[in-house]
Design a protein around this ligand. Structure first.
Ligand code: G4P
Length: 278
């Protein structure tokens, strides 16, 4: 992170516009904390990616929240499809008005924590496979700079940018959505956090997906009922929590429960207040 920060400081003065890729399901937790600090008042497009997995109502809420910063515009996207690439380029050009019409290249820097879909977006922007994609962090491999159509130059961010883990809830949300694969938190703890949130925010989606006759009273009850239904039993008939946790997390990450977002702007504000008190 230190190296990335130093190199970013070096590149930033040459950059007209920043494109930050976020996971639309967790726009706060998928941010890199260094960016806000280093960006100053440079224009920034926050791409809310993986829109095909996120709750559209909460995404709209996040868009207005993020755009309270006058230097920020947001764009929703499914980077696996190319249908918003022209919109992204048009927005980028509109945010750096002095450089339009090919008079001078617009220098942009693209950044994002691992797994938000940065490489997928770079490939869509370039119209060819130049960045390696996959679900393991830190495997973006592209040349440092590429020239796109319409006079846009794209600089990749050097190094790996980590998310902000100061808010303990962010660690859970990054693990639930699959941004972080290896964590110190056990799968059953992550799945318990996930079902507790789902019981509160999306109980019907949980009920429908796992064919529950009623909404369980607690997260533990939900794990037990789902584990029994899915045959995750140890000898003696006790539910194997690790196995049911894996099933639940795999289904959540694949989006089979429906469109779900894992944080709201007002929840984050409350959580920050708690972090600051501690
Ligand atoms: P990164 O450079 O930020 O680390 O992320 P990358 O593009 O490698 O994307 C990480 C995973 O997220 C990839 O899945 C990619 O296909 C997926 N992804 C990217 N954008 C979107 C999106 O808008 N919606 C959804 N649903 N998924 C998206 P993968 O299964 O690991 O790799 P692959 O099999 O697609 O190559």
């Amino acid at each position: 992170m230190h190296k990335a920060s130093k190199e970013m400081k070096k590149i930033l003065p040459q950059v007209d516009l920043i494109i930050e890729v976020l996971d639309a399901r967790i726009p706060f937790s998928s941010q890199n904390p260094m960016l806000a600090e280093l960006r100053g008042d440079k224009p920034c497009i926050k791409v809310l990616n993986k829109i095909d997995l996120a709750d559209p109502e909460l995404t709209a809420l996040w868009q207005s929240h993020l755009e309270q910063d006058i230097n920020v515009k947001t764009l929703t996207m499914n980077a696996r499809h190319n249908d918003r690439i022209a919109d992204l380029i048009a927005l980028a050009l509109s945010m750096v008005p002095g450089k339009v019409q090919g008079v001078k290249n617009v220098q942009t820097m693209i950044m994002g924590i691992p797994n938000v879909g940065k490489s997928t977006l770079i490939n869509s922007l370039a119209g060819r496979q130049i960045a390696k994609t996959g679900n393991e962090p830190a495997i973006t491999k592209m040349q440092q700079r590429i020239k796109l159509d319409k006079g846009i130059v794209l600089h990749d961010t050097p190094g790996v940018l980590w998310p902000n883990l100061e808010n303990p809830h962010s660690g859970y949300r990054l693990a639930i959505t699959g941004a972080i694969k290896e964590t110190a938190i056990d799968n059953d703890d992550i799945a318990l956090y996930a079902v507790e949130y789902l019981l509160d925010a999306y109980p019907d989606l949980l009920k429908q997906r796992f064919g529950l006759s009623e909404i369980p009273e607690s997260g533990m009850d939900a794990l037990e009922v789902i584990g029994t239904k899915r045959g995750c039993l140890r000898s003696g008939g006790r539910v194997d929590l690790e196995r049911v946790a894996k099933i639940i997390l795999t289904e959540i990450r694949a989006g089979t429960l429906g469109l779900i977002s894992w944080e709201k702007p007002d929840i984050i504000e409350r959580e920050w207040a708690e972090v600051l008190v501690v």
